[in-house]
Design a protein around this ligand. Structure first.
Ligand code: 6R9
Length: 650
């Protein structure tokens, strides 16, 4: 974020109190805060009794005797899939639609809770037939089709651990995740539809599986009907195997602390971290926040979260939270602008969506396209709007509320992370007077603060680092296979407290404003990508000697990836197409989301005397700003070399 944007943000003083009508009907009332602060653990126990169905009650709500390794609901047993599916059928809601699925080409499916129960049971039986059991890891690499949710729930049902890999990731990214988790099975599809065209997935799986000795079988959903290469020794069609299974499956109780899933996210090194989430606490906080932050009324609302299931938002707010709450939701396969820019608003109108949860990047893109496109659709069904993934600038917040929400709906800006598992800081609609641009208050049951470099809590009106000061039910339990990295990354910077990696400020009312990452993690369209990961991809190209990557502020995507590269002498000037070649190389190594917006070929990189690249100066160049202090550079003239080279080149 630029300094200008930051000071504008902190001068934002508009406030939107909830309407009396909304407040009167809201699930969450102000007394939740009092109840939770009076006795936090008792508060979570009450939520656990009210929101989840247990086979065995816990004997201890939180075991924090060996921090930072938490155990929640110790001794408790439940089945996550039963909680998300079967119990709603048993309660008489079998005919309620769970998922209105909308394919990009315009095909659609509606799955009721009874349908979902049958599909998940069949898939669970199929996984068992393939030899997948409790504790085994299953990689899921699927487009946004119902089978994604069905596969996740089938794993949960039998106690297998899923590792969903975003379908936009490369074969290499998939391979490294399979290897780290030692997955036994991959569930994939021939492809999915993207911008009007089938986009293949199976070839990337074939490439990854060829180098993955742990994989025994590949289960393939037919979606696009593209030609696929087939290896009978391990490839199995979903429709051959799953369709012939019994639709009855008896869900066994699993331990509250059994691992539910691993989800990889970028850290400050090149190696993604496998964030490990367990069962009961995770499900509880997903369900609790989904109910209270979005004010979900399962009988009447139609909820739509536009995320992909490949990200944590899709895990907690498409699969686990909404389904645990018995919600009716929309799931959409494709892009927002196909066949035209109004596609999302057509979907809102068609299904009468009442709760919409999306990312600031999307909102800013729509804002650029103008008010007319949403203006031509009937959006009057909307009653709550949510935002997630990156700081939302006040202008985008105001536009979202005014144009999409008809100046009527509360907007909730929800801060959380893959690691936190569920929403941590957010206004409560019906309770909080919302401030555009601020996530404001930890939700009841959560304790957060802002500290300075030395770990002292900053007074109101000051900034520093966001920390979480008490364990929470949906917290990550560790990094898969790497307890040391878990401790180092999150619990060492401020001992005893969880360091989120985000800068934050408390305003004069004590409300929290998130200011973006303070580490080498970029946030591009709400996706976390580490600078080191992109740098490693670049230097793996034979023409590149060295590279440095920064996130430069971008009006639409939040940040854009800007890479500085030094070419190898043997590569000469690299040729006219070198920049394109390198951009494509990064897309191939990591995935198209990591493609640099801009690559600058430079003769040198700015380094300190100890050899550390000064990204701050590169960010100044990337954002066309006057250079900051160059005194700590080993060679202060390097910046002249860089700017001269760039002005000649352009
Ligand atoms: C859920 C999700 C987490 C990082 C986080 C922060 C940024 C997310 C935000 C936000 C400001 C919000 N972030 N929500 N920043 N306001 N409402 O996005 O998880 O992909 O792990 O990213 O995203 O920087 O640290 P994840």
């Amino acid at each position: 974020m630029t300094n200008d944007a930051l000071s504008n943000l902190l001068h934002e003083d508009r406030s939107f109190p909830p309407s009396a009508e909304f407040a009167a009907q809201a699930n969450a009332k102000a007394d939740l805060y009092e109840e939770a602060s009076a006795d936090r653990l008792a508060f979570w126990e009450r939520q656990a009794r009210e929101l989840l169905s247990w086979n065995t009650e816990w004997s201890q709500v939180l075991d924090w005797s060996n921090p930072p390794f938490a155990k929640w609901f110790v001794g408790g047993k439940l089945n996550v899939a039963y909680n998300c599916v079967d119990r709603h059928v048993e309660a008489g809601h079998g005919d309620r639609v769970a998922i209105y699925w909308e394919g990009e080409p315009g095909d659609s499916r509606a799955l009721t809770y009874a349908d979902l129960q049958r599909e998940v049971s069949k898939a669970a039986n199929a996984l068992t037939e393939l030899g997948v059991g409790h504790g085994d890891r299953v990689a899921i690499y699927l487009p946004m089709i119902p089978e994604a949710a069905i596969s996740m729930l089938a794993c949960a049902r039998i106690g297998a651990i899923h590792s969903v890999v975003f379908g936009g990731f490369s074969a290499e990214a998939l391979r490294s995740r399979i290897e780290d988790a030692q997955a036994k099975l991959v569930i994939t599809a021939d492809g999915g539809f993207r911008r009007g065209k089938p986009s293949a997935l199976k070839p990337a799986v074939d490439e990854a599986v060829a180098k993955s000795p742990s994989i025994e079988k590949v289960l393939v959903v037919r979606r696009t009907e593209q030609e696929v290469a087939w290896d009978d020794s391990h490839d199995v069609w979903w429709h051959d195997l799953v369709d012939r299974q019994s639709d009855q499956h008896d869900p066994q109780p699993h331990d509250a602390e059994d691992t539910l899933y691993i989800l990889y996210t970028s850290g400050t090194t090149g190696k993604p971290k496998g964030i490990k989430h367990t069962s009961a606490g995770y499900l509880l906080q997903s369900a609790y926040t989904h109910r209270n932050v979005f004010d979900l009324k399962p009988e009447t609302d139609v909820y739509w979260c536009t995320a992909d299931v490949g990200w944590v938002t899709g895990h907690s707010y498409i699969v686990y939270g909404p389904l645990a709450n018995g919600a009716t939701q929309v799931m959409y396969e494709g892009t927002p602008d196909f066949p035209e820019a109004g596609r999302w608003w057509d979907i809102v109108e068609k299904y009468k969506v009442s709760i919409l949860y999306t990312a600031p990047t999307a909102i800013r893109t729509f804002m650029k396209q103008g008010d007319e496109i949403p203006g031509r659709r009937d959006l009057s069904s909307l009653r709550v709007l949510g935002s997630v993934g990156e700081p939302i600038n006040p202008e985008a917040w105001i536009w979202y509320r005014r144009v999409i929400g008809g100046d009527r709906t509360p907007v909730v800006d929800t801060w959380w992370q893959t690691e936190t598992g569920a929403i941590m800081i957010s206004p409560l609609p019906g309770v909080t007077s919302a401030k555009p641009g601020s996530a404001q208050t930890p939700v009841p049951g959560i304790v957060a603060d802002v500290v300075d470099d030395a770990g002292n809590v900053v007074p109101d009106g000051h900034g520093g680092y966001l920390v979480l000061t008490e364990p929470w039910p949906s917290m990550l339990r560790t990094i898969w296979g790497d307890d040391e990295r878990f401790i180092d990354t999150y619990w060492s910077r401020f001992p005893g407290r969880y360091f989120a990696g985000d800068g934050a400020k408390k305003d004069d009312d004590g409300d929290i404003w998130l200011l973006g990452r303070v580490d080498d993690v970029m946030n591009v369209s709400g996706h976390r990508i580490s600078t080191t990961e992109v740098e490693s991809a670049l230097v793996s190209h034979p023409k590149v000697a060295e590279s440095a990557v920064v996130g430069a502020s971008d009006p639409t995507t939040g940040q854009g990836i800007v890479a500085f590269v030094i070419l190898r002498t043997a590569a000469g000037d690299g040729g006219a197409d070198v920049v394109q070649e390198l951009r494509n190389h990064v897309a191939k190594e990591i995935g198209p989301i990591a493609k640099p917006r801009q690559i600058m070929v430079v003769p040198e990189l700015p380094k300190t005397r100890s050899g550390k690249i000064m990204r701050r100066l590169l960010r100044d160049v990337a954002e066309n700003r006057e250079l900051g202090d160059v005194q700590t550079l080993a060679d202060p003239t390097v910046m002249n070399l860089i700017s001269d080279g760039l002005s000649k080149g352009s």
